[in-house]
Design a protein around this ligand. Structure first.
Ligand code: GRG
Length: 290
């Protein structure tokens, strides 16, 4: 667990700034969007954006945009994931899920509006902070991570997996999309926004982006099978109740732990290409080991 720190306060204020004012109509929609985004979550994805962007010396005025965009997409996916038609969860981040606090229709619209807000924010990087073609590539990467190659496709495969058994290859593909794609984009987008003249090894970051996404999901599966509701911010054991294939149900707890250790070792190896400037990224990798 990452302690509350300066970066968390910064991320909260950036999100607050980009979100619509709750007093502006339609107030209920804006209140629901703010409810789902503010005051909760570990902010893992925006932290990855800042940690990677700083390797390239990118300023916060630029990084604030992709950092907020990935968190807005994440918040949208959590709202929709909790809906009765999906996971049907009453709690998220230790409080009632969005459709419980408001109602189903408002939660659907809040998710939709957060998704489009993410693209507004991503594409409004201030003029002159990086070339427009880099912004376009970054927007494309975010769209890919959100669509069928990412969250939405992964979620569909996950829904279908309830009635169809998955092997390890299919499960890995599902999670590289559902969870991995946004983690990956959070590392690759700052790389795309970095000016050409800045030299930093890119290939190890591409490896890190993939391995960390997988490590994230394997750890989530292990926690779902072993942690309590307070640690999770939602009810544990959901995977088993829904007869869902996970790395734990497929491999067993011990083998899942070994696989997580292997993924994290690969992340550490990728970061060995960097010096002390990669300390924030290293700490985000180690956070997955806890
Ligand atoms: C509905 C399109 C659509 C997609 C949903 C991401 C997702 C797909 C569902 C979330 C369900 C889930 C619990 C997935 C496991 C991994 C995961 C994304 C956990 C939650 O992320 P954290 O731990 O959450 O970063 P916080 O609350 O800290 O931001």
């Amino acid at each position: 667990m990452i302690a509350r720190d300066e970066l968390e306060i910064h991320i909260e204020s950036v999100l607050d700034r980009f979100l619509p004012d709750a007093a502006r109509p339609p107030q209920t929609l804006h209140r629901a969007m703010r409810y789902a985004v503010l005051g909760g979550g570990k902010r893992y994805r925006p932290r990855l954006v800042y940690a990677t962007g700083r390797l390239f010396g990118l300023p916060d005025t630029l990084l604030d945009h992709p950092a907020a965009a990935v968190e807005l997409i994440h918040a949208y996916s959590l709202i929709h994931d909790d809906l009765p038609a999906m996971d049907d969860d009453d709690e998220r981040r230790g409080k009632p899920s969005c459709h419980r606090a408001f109602n189903e229709a408002t939660a659907i619209l809040a998710g939709d509006a957060l998704q489009t807000l993410a693209f507004e924010v991503m594409s409004s990087i201030p003029d002159g902070s990086c070339p427009p073609e880099s912004v376009l590539k970054a927007v494309h990467t975010l769209a890919e991570a959100t669509g069928t190659a990412g969250l939405a496709g992964g979620q569909m495969l996950d829904l279908e997996a309830v009635s169809r058994p998955l092997d390890l290859e299919a499960l890995t593909d599902l999670h590289l999309r559902k969870t991995g794609a946004l983690i990956r984009a959070s590392i690759l987008i700052p790389v795309l926004l970095a000016p050409d003249r800045v030299r930093a090894p890119v290939e190890p970051l591409q490896r890190l982006a993939r391995d960390l996404g997988l490590a994230f999901q394997i750890r989530d599966d292990i926690l779902d099978a072993t942690a309590d509701a307070k640690t999770l911010g939602r009810n544990p054991g959901g995977d088993e109740r829904q007869h869902r294939a996970t790395f734990v149900t497929l491999l067993g707890l011990e083998e899942a732990r070994l696989r997580l250790a292997r993924c994290l070792a690969q992340c550490r190896d990728a970061l060995s290409a960097f010096g002390p400037e990669a300390a924030p990224l290293r700490s985000l990798v180690e956070d997955r080991a806890g």
